[in-house]
Structures are given as C-alpha cells and as structure tokens.
Design a protein around this ligand. Structure first.
Ligand code: NAD
Length: 499
C-alpha cells in the first residue's frame, strides 16, 4: 500500500468502511500524477446505498415543507461560504482553471436557490364544487429513491442540476459521480450533513459501469437522471425505461455558432474564443462548429487567430486562461483529430500542440487549435471532439447555415450572431436545437428555466431543473373528495359524470 489518498463512498451519512474490490486512479491533470485512488463500487455497495436511501425516504418524505426548506437554505449558505474549497477540488482533479470552477459552483447554487422555493413549486390546483358537494384537487408527491449519474466535466454543477430539486421535493438520492473527479461530491455530502439533512437522504457511490448497471436494474430505484456521452445516454435511457424507471438522459453535443455578415465581428470573435476554449472545450455547451457566411469569414478567422495568440494555457491554479485536458487518454484522442482534420483536407490555422505551457511537463496539455475550411463530412465536424478545437465551416447564406445546424444529429445548444432582429427571430423559430443564444454563445438557462437539448442530446421527455425538474422528481395525484353531505346517492353502475 502507498499513502495515496483513498476516496470512498458516502452511505447513510458516513464514509463506507468496507474494503474495495476495485479502485481507479484519480489524476491531477496539470501534473499527470495520481493524486488519489477512488473505490469503484460493486453491486453490493450500490445496494447498501439504495437501502440507506430507502430507509431515510419515509421520514424525509413526511417532514414538513418548512423543515425541508430550512435545510435547503442552510445548505445554500454552507456551500456558498465554501465555494472556493469546492472549486479547488474541481481544479485539482478536472484541470479547469479556478475561476471557471468557481463559476460552475455558482451556477449549481442557482438551482439550490430555485429549490428553496419548493413550497411554492409544489402547489397543486383546487376546484371547489365540481359537482354537488364534490371538490377536486391535485397534489405532487416524491418518487422515492432517485439515482443521479454524472459526467466528469462538471463534477459539482451537473449533480446540482438535479439533487436540490429531488431532495426538496422529498426524495432520497443516490449519486454516482464521474470516477475521474469524485472529490467535489464528497465535499457536497459533508455539507448536506452539516446543513442538517437526515442521514441517508443523500448518498454517494463511486464507480463505473457495474455501479451504473446496478442502479439501472435495482427495483427500489424509481428514476435515473443521467448526463454524459450520447452512446451511454442512449444505453441508460433504454435500459432504465425497460426496467420501469422514469429516465432523463442528457447526451453529447456539437454546438454551432452561426455568424451572419451583419454581426459585430469583434463580439463574435470574443464569443467564439470564450465558448470554444473555456474549460479546454470540455463543456457540453462549448462552441465547436463556427458556421460563418463566406463574405466575413476571412475577417472573423483573422480576429479569432489574433485573440488565440493571447491565451495562456497552463496550470489552472496559476491564473492561466485554459487548463489541461482531463486524462492523458482524452488528450491524445483530441490531439488525434488535428492530424485527422489535416488528412481530410481542412486548414489547420492554429495547432495547439505548438503552444508554450505554463505548467509541469507531465500535465495533459493541448493548446487551443483552429481549423478553417472544414467540410460537413469530415470527422472534425461529425464527431464530438470535446476538447479545445474550434472548426470553421464556411457557408453561402443564412439558409445554408440553418440547414447545416438542423442536419446535425445533435441538438444541445446553438447561437446566432447578427444585428438583424428579423434573422435572429427566424433562427430561434426554425432551428432544431433545445437551447438557443442570440448574440450569446453559451445559452445555459437560469435555474428557473429548464436545461436540455433535442435529438441525440437528450433521451426522455423532461429537461433538467426549472418546472421540468419539479415535474420529473414528483408524481401527480388527483383527489376527488366529498364531505359534509352524508346523504347516500344510491347505487348507480354507470360511468361517473360531473353533474
Ligand atoms: P461518459 O458518458 O463517459 O460518462 C458519464 C457517466 O457514465 C459517468 O458517471 C461514467 O462513470 C458512466 N459510464 C461511462 N461508461 C459507461 C458504460 N459503458 N456503462 C455505464 N455507465 C458508464 O461521459 P464523460 O466523458 O464523463 O462526460 C463527457 C460527455 O458528457 C460529453 O459527451 C458531453 O457532451 C456530455 N455532457 C452532456 C451534457 C448535457 O447537458 N447534455 C452536460 C455535460 C456533459
């Protein structure tokens, strides 16, 4: 045994004390060193977490809305006060720069704040006197044990899209975070305990496919909220629904930014660089395809290239603009697209392999890269690269740009840059994508709206947080009630009508 730190599960309000069958390496991507080892749950450990959640659910479901809201407010205060600590844990395992990690926690907090309004969000309808002496009202009740499975790229924010609403609505949670950056969820678990959440309402099991598969088949798990790549999202949706669960599975993306000739090209260039290279392109809402109308393409590519020259790539703890990629394997995969794009005939304007790095040699580095004159059949366009590679596709017109976006199998986010209100209005109406920005490159909705894509970017009917989130984590019930009038209506085997 070495003295490398061990990260284990959080079950029933405490750290799991069993010995792991398997463990995974957790890297510091800025040094390339193994920073800790995370336990990878076997089905028995998932069962223990589900049992703890099931055990806690009865009491939590019965606790008053006032009590639940007080705990949510306390949690909000704690995580807000310890935001920097969570951000530091994210940067140490994911690699994104500290300011970006703080931003992620802040966006997650917005969902906690939204969930603090749960008494209002759970209000039902009431119709008095639908028939003589008869009232009808609707209520929404929690599901029970709910599973959340999250990706590496937002280890704090993505789980926070779901668990604040789930817990506020009275459910008990089993979270399976990414095994690549598991520490943020452990901090969050401790914060829930400090906020007074009863043991077992929030559990964390670490792991990979066996843990996910057990959650998907466990009879006591009522729903699955998944975020990750499209093939796994499809698998999770199909397996979970086959097992009778409610499933929302958010998948991968290829987000287009359309630039029309009348756009403010400085604004568009800033936006393309921010949205293309922020978090090293490891964002599901990153812009990876820049669809530019030919007549302004040279000028825009020039402005973007100029700005890329000012970016500092390096250790996210050193005040740099862009950190490393999450693992060496991922870094190599992303870098392989630079060769593929050239082989396919695109013009590699900026090669991220040439960039000077402010960091340790062993880090998983790749600087920002830019392709121009790419075609829609090239793998640099058809594949989700999920790294700092921005690809320019030149088109003749708005119609050609729209056709390209709508032909793409993904539909997570998109943006249009223009000063023509009519064109923007047409685009928001005609584009087949779930989240649309008008002169806004990363249109992530506020917590009181819902986050989610279309087509291969989301399997299921409901998006995350906002009204969809409340709906997903509750079941509707309608009560038809008669009081006061004790008279007996007599036998009548006909179908009841509201007369
Ligand atoms: P991933 O699909 O590899 O992993 C996501 C989760 O699934 C992890 O918890 C992982 O342990 C688990 N998993 C991995 N392989 C599995 C398998 N074979 N069977 C069962 N479970 C498995 O995704 P990632 O690399 O962690 O994250 C990046 C991906 O997530 C990108 O495709 C990105 O676009 C997507 N993403 C989408 C959104 C969105 O809102 N649509 C948000 C964030 C990330």
């Amino acid at each position: 045994m070495t003295d490398t730190a061990r990260i284990t599960h959080w079950i029933g309000g405490k750290l799991w004390d069993g010995a792991p069958d398997r463990q995974g390496d957790v890297f510091d991507p800025a040094t390339g060193e193994v920073a800790s080892r995370v336990d990878l749950a076997a089905p028995a450990e998932v069962d223990a977490a589900v049992a703890a959640a099931k055990n806690a659910f009865g009491e939590w479901r019965a606790s008053s809305l006032t009590k639940r809201t007080q705990i949510l407010f306390a949690f909000r205060e704690i995580i807000n006060a310890r935001k920097d600590e969570v951000a530091a844990a994210i940067t140490a395992e994911h690699g994104k720069v500290l300011s970006d990690a703080v931003g992620e926690v802040t966006r997650g907090l917005e969902v906690v704040e939204f969930a603090c309004g749960i008494p209002h969000l759970l209000k039902g309808g009431y119709s008095e006197g639908v028939s003589t002496g008869l009232d009808v009202y609707s209520i929404r009740q929690p599901l029970g044990v709910v599973g959340i499975i999250s990706p590496f790229n937002f280890p704090a924010m993505v789980p926070m899209w779901f668990f604040p609403v789930a817990i506020a609505a009275g459910n008990a949670v089993v979270l399976k975070p990414s095994e690549k950056d598991p520490s943020a969820s452990m901090l969050v678990a401790q914060m829930w305990a400090d906020a007074g959440l009863p043991d077992g309402v929030f559990n964390v099991v670490h792991g990979d496919k066996p843990a996910v598969d057990r959650l998907l088949e466990h009879p006591d798990v009522r729903s699955i909220s998944f975020v990750g790549s499209t093939p796994i999202a499809r698998y999770v949706y199909e397996t979970g629904t086959r097992n009778g669960k409610r499933v929302q599975a958010l998948g991968g993306a290829k987000n287009h930014m359309v630039v029309l000739p009348d756009a403010d090209l400085d604004l568009a260039a800033d936006a393309a660089v921010n949205a293309g290279f922020g978090s090293a392109g490891e964002r599901c809402m990153a812009i990876s395809a820049l669809v530019v109308v030919e007549q302004v393409a040279d000028e825009l590519v020039g402005k973007i290239t100029e700005r890329m020259g000012t970016l500092r790539t390096g250790d996210g703890r050193r005040g740099t603009d862009m950190g490393p990629l999450v693992t060496a394997v991922h870094r190599d995969k992303v870098a392989s697209y630079l060769d593929a794009g050239v082989a396919e005939g695109a013009e590699l304007v900026v090669d991220g392999r040439d960039v000077e790095i402010d960091g340790e040699d062993g880090g998983f580095w790749l600087g920002p890269s830019l392709f121009d004159r790419a075609g829609p059949d090239m793998s640099i366009y058809t594949d989700e690269i999920f790294g700092p590679v921005l690809t320019v596709l030149r088109v003749a017109s708005y119609d050609a740009a729209l056709e390209m976006v709508n032909s793409n199998p993904y539909g997570n986010g998109t943006a249009i840059f223009t000063n023509d209100g009519g064109a923007a209005r047409r685009f928001q109406n005609e584009v087949e994508v779930g989240m649309v920005g008008v002169n806004v490159p990363i249109p992530v909705p506020m917590a009181y709206y819902s986050f989610g894509g279309w087509k291969n970017s989301l399997f299921g009917d409901t998006h995350a947080h906002g009204a969809d989130g409340v709906h997903f984590f509750t079941r509707g019930k309608v009560v038809t009630s008669r009081w006061l009038d004790p008279s007996h209506g007599g036998l009548n085997l006909g179908f009841p009508t509201q007369s």
